[in-house]
Ligand binder design. Structure first.
Ligand SMILES: N[C@@H](CCC(=O)N[C@@H](CS)C(=O)NCC(=O)O)C(=O)O
Length: 260
């Protein structure tokens, strides 16, 4: 896998020359491709100013199926991270963007409240994204943009679901700036999907509170940096290329124990 390095400078430390300091934190390895799920983690890393290295996982050529990637992400999906300074000072690997966000929130104490009530608020909206907005918007993109044949039923079904979910968000945001009150990992999980409302056949003006939230979150410098990380190979992908489509669509179990 190609490796691009993007390491944030360590923040200035106070002058404590007599105190022996540990070295700079080892960069977190982010297995990444520029999609709404990948952005969740690049946003959190940028917001926390954690040092990290991007390891592109070229989904178009099937790098998600390489044994070394499956060893850390058995569902053949990115994002995944490896933190060399995990619990107990030992390396840890994590897959599933929601689990990664919670881990980074606990590790840094940022964007994920410590008090139980605050944490439950964030968890509800994070899980809502993982179980609803992400999967439904993903299918919406698939049937509207990538499906080989137009399936009006599927397009209507998933466009309606996204519309319903945007209505849920809009109501939630009527009397608060962010999904869980303060800006949190729940907002980071949702913004990459919501910014594609046009691709999902939606009219953002139907959702004024969601629209303002989207503008607010996208205006954050860390979010702007995170969603514009350039991965050269990704900009060359042609989703109409039969080889790419063969990798991405129609995946079935690859377990050797499965017989057809
Ligand atoms: N629930 C997973 C979903 C991740 C996911 O669907 N990633 C997509 C890109 S957005 C992927 O890696 N696709 C690879 C493939 O379809 O083979 C998460 O949130 O981490």
């Amino acid at each position: 896998m190609a490796r691009t390095t993007k390491t944030r400078a360590k923040r200035k430390s106070r002058n404590t020359s007599k105190i022996k300091r540990a070295g700079p934190p080892s960069p977190i390895e982010l297995y990444y491709w520029p999609t709404p799920n990948g952005w969740k983690i690049s946003i959190m890393l940028e917001e926390c100013r954690l040092p990290y290295t991007i390891i592109p996982v070229n989904l178009a050529t099937g790098e998600q199926f390489k044994p070394e990637f499956l060893a850390i992400s058995p569902n053949n999906r990115m994002p995944a991270i490896v933190d060399p300074d995990g619990p107990g000072g030992r390396r840890i690997s994590i897959f599933e963007s929601g689990a990664i966000l919670q881990y980074l929130g606990r590790k840094t104490g940022r964007f994920y409240p410590r008090d139980e009530r605050g944490r439950v608020e964030v968890d509800q909206w994070l899980f809502w994204q993982m179980a609803n907005l992400g999967p439904k918007a993903g299918e919406c993109h698939h049937f509207r943009l990538y499906a080989a044949e137009c399936s009006p039923y599927a397009v209507e079904r998933f466009s309606n679901e996204v519309n319903r979910l945007y209505g849920v968000m809009d109501r939630r945001l009527r009397d608060r700036d962010y999904l869980a009150g303060r800006y949190s990992i729940a907002d980071m999980a949702c913004v990459g999907w919501a910014r594609y409302w046009q691709r999902q056949g939606q009219d953002i003006d139907q959702f004024p509170h969601l629209k303002r939230w989207l503008e607010r979150v996208l205006a954050r410098p860390a979010v702007d940096r995170a969603i514009h990380i350039r991965v050269d190979e990704a900009s060359k992908v042609d989703m109409q290329d039969p080889n790419v489509r063969a990798v991405l669509f129609g995946q079935r179990s690859r377990s050797s124990s499965v017989t057809e």
